[in-house]
Design a protein around this ligand. Structure first.
Ligand code: GLN
Length: 454
């Protein structure tokens, strides 16, 4: 814990840790020492981790990187952080992210952008987003692991950009209670780590049924670590042809072929599969996610939490709401609220929101059909490129940023687990990741196959 705290204090430039919880960390570390001395050391005893600012942490700042939650300190602990603390984990601090987890570069943050520890010619690159602070912190060894959340790729894309491992579990595997909501039917928390084995250990500590989240599944949590046997003989791996999109860079296509070859060498059978509705996933996602967000974010009105705008003598409560939201929400969040309100409005509901929900069902069915043929996991790139520069994509047409999520959003729509593993380097020397998509509730199998790519 002390070594990590020292590293964090020397790594201010990365802007990964945004709230210092070192006092709590030292207390937790002492308690962990005592548990170890007493011979009662759970799986994560004494392991120092970082926590994305989207998790409610009791008595500690929790802002989801938004000005509207300025000064907010919850009276309660999220289920996931309390489970991690119960397993002995130590929280070093809260981590940078895109505001309300909306973004793919960590540039939409009230704290300013997090910086990728990987560089090309000293140029500052994004660590991806929205869990950019988590990815940067793990990659730079500021903590042993971090929590992330993934609504459309926010664990896997930053993992790919920083050479780390990130798993988005099956929807319902981890409790969303106490996690600031973005799009509730898509949001899932998961671990971001250095290795697949670490991800297995941490996922086991995070997962499990929670009566406080009605979408959390009442299923036993397996010993994920024990399921990493290294044996993938006879596993069937699907290569979806629709992911070979136009303009996919040669180095990404090669990375993908190399990954398939690695799995084949390890004894897996590699087969071509088809997911015919893939091209509609991104547009459907960017209707459904903002729709849910516009509803979830209605609670930030200046009355209940965080920031409240100053109002004039003649202003009423509506003026207070308006000014608070205008001051409190960043540009991208305002854009999503506008899109979401629009697609849910009476005249457009059927044309946009309902249509997107139908597309979502078709995408889910695509996956079901592939898994019904005995495929154990689907292999695809995590991202269409390596990490890009700060300011390189942001500030232009927002759709350019959304295109970054083309390979990641599909499985959130289907509720499936997915893991990104670093498997190679770009021509510029930056990490690249491959993604494995698994059957629902088969994270153990997925981790085992992913281990063969390390
Ligand atoms: N980049 C996607 C978005 O902005 C996904 C974000 C996420 O997974 N939280 O919505």
């Amino acid at each position: 814990t002390e070594a990590c705290l020292t590293s964090i204090s020397g790594a201010g430039k990365l802007n990964a840790f945004v709230h210092d919880t070192s006092e709590q960390a030292r207390e937790q570390a002492k308690a962990a020492d005592a548990r170890i001395a007493a011979g009662d050391a759970p799986n994560m005893c004494g392991l120092p981790i970082g926590v994305k600012d989207v998790f409610a942490t009791k008595g500690q700042p929790t802002q989801a990187a938004s000005y509207i939650l300025d000064g907010f300190k919850p009276e309660y602990e999220s289920t996931i952080t309390s489970k991690l603390f119960g397993a002995g984990a130590v929280m070093l601090g809260k981590l940078n992210m895109d505001e309300f987890a909306m973004g793919s570069s960590n540039e939409n943050s009230v704290y300013g952008p997090a910086i990728n520890p990987w560089k090309v010619d000293d140029r500052d690159l994004t660590p991806g987003g929205s869990s950019g602070g988590s990815a940067a912190a793990v990659a730079a060894d500021l903590c042993l692991a971090a929590t992330g959340t993934d609504t459309g790729g926010s664990i896997r894309q930053p993992a790919a950009f920083t050479g780390t491992v990130g798993i988005k579990p099956t929807y319902g595997r981890c409790s969303r209670w106490g996690v600031v909501a973005y799009a509730s039917s898509l949001d899932q928390a998961g671990p971001m780590t250095k290795t697949v084995r670490d991800a297995a250990i941490m996922l086991e500590a995070m997962a499990g049924h929670d009566a406080k989240d009605s979408t959390s599944a009442d299923l036993a949590v397996p010993d994920f670590e024990a399921m990493i046997t290294g044996d993938i003989k006879g596993k069937k791996i699907g290569i979806p042809k629709e992911y070979r999109i136009d303009g996919i860079p040669d180095e990404i296509a090669k990375l993908w072929d190399d990954g398939a070859a690695m799995l084949r060498d390890a004894g897996a059978e590699v087969v071509d599969v088809t997911l015919p509705h893939t091209q509609y996933a991104l547009p459907a996602y960017y209707v459904i996610a903002p729709a849910e967000a516009s509803s979830n974010l209605a609670r930030y009105d200046g009355v209940r939490y965080g920031h409240r705008a100053k109002i004039g003598a003649g202003d009423g409560i509506d003026d207070m709401y308006e000014k608070t939201r205008a001051e409190g929400f960043g540009r991208e969040v305002q854009r999503r609220i506008m899109i979401g309100t629009y697609v849910l409005s009476a005249g457009f509901y059927d044309a946009y929101y309902n249509r997107a929900r139908k597309v979502r069902t078709l995408i889910k069915r695509d996956f079901e059909q592939v898994f019904a043929t005995g495929v154990d996991a689907i292999l695809a790139p995590t991202t269409p490129s390596a990490a890009f520069g700060i300011g390189e994509v942001t500030g232009k047409d927002p759709v350019e940023m959304y295109l970054n999520d083309v390979f990641t959003v599909t499985l959130n729509l289907a509720g499936l687990p997915g893991i990104s593993v670093p498997t190679g380097l770009s021509s510029t020397g930056l990490p690249l990741g491959l993604q494995l998509i698994g059957r629902p509730w088969e994270e153990g199998d997925l981790l085992n196959i992913a281990h063969s790519l390390e």
